[in-house]
Design a protein around this ligand. Sequence first.
Ligand code: F6P
Length: 347
Amino acid sequence: MRVAILTGGGDCPGLNAVIRAVTRACVSGYGCDVVGVRNGWRGLIDGEVVHLDLERVSGILPLGGTILGTSRTNPFNEPLGPERILRTIRDDAIDAVVAIGGEDTLGVALRLGDEHGVKLVGIPKTIDNDLSGTDYTFGFDTAVHVASQAIDRLHTTAESHNRVMVVEVMGRHAGWIAVMAGIAGGADAIVIPEFPLTVEDVCDLVERRAGRGKRFSIIVVSEGASLLWRSGIEQTVTMSAETDAFGHVRLGGVGSVLAREIEEITGYETRVTILGHVQRGGTPTAHDRVLATRFGIKAAAMVQEGAWGMMAALKGDSIEAIPLAEAVREYKLVPRELWELARTFFG
Ligand code: F6P
């Protein structure tokens, strides 16, 4: 049997750990041939496939990024995209594809399976942790770790200068990174898409702290949050209006607008830090390495069982196979209970 591995969408710490685990299990455990697809769905469309063996995946466990490369290619937006994928699968004698990705990549996997009969198994990946059906995605823990370390560092300089520090973190549809890093870093306010605070609410929290003698504050904001005012006005901030192959605009900059407003309304000196892709790069945490490895081992077993159209998912303490359709049906949002917990520490 020949198994192809593909990494799609934004990269994420732990991708190489998955590639290693799938390859090791398929080659040593099941006696399969393994190939890697270059640059996500792009490589399957263009027939860019490379041989993977134990030697090639040796030493990659702690490496960030993906040795296969990735892209945000959507085959259903490409001329004859699915047909060209079928041709590569036939020409390279590929029996099964392990697709590692988030909502977009796995959505394509689901369609290729349902509409074109491609034999696929999915593995959930995104630093945003917004995929349904799995308790956590790998990469998220690393992103939270990076963001909370940044908050710790910003705390000391905020206190020295009596400033308000706004920290913008990633999270397109959901505020998971903001809430978790905010709790870990002791944020004084957290602005996320699910439970928006108005700009005035944030300023009130800053003033409340000042009333207690704390003349500095840390405000964490998700890149995907819009700014709300008590008047009902809502402002969405994006880096550019251009959309990618899946229709997503480039986010970024909401933190800068929020910082400007806070300074204007409260009069407190305010600075902004946009963490951006720092959260996605570099070596995965031990937690993400283990989770990625467990997903990889499970996906290799699912290929042997012919569990097509299914995804490896974390459910409590175990890794289970769930339908891909369940994972991409809706975004997994921050639950109210977690938000309320974070809110206890505001202001
Ligand atoms: O989907 C993960 C993510 O990191 C989002 O949080 C962010 O908006 C997006 O990717 C950034 O994508 P790109 O790397 O294409 O700029």
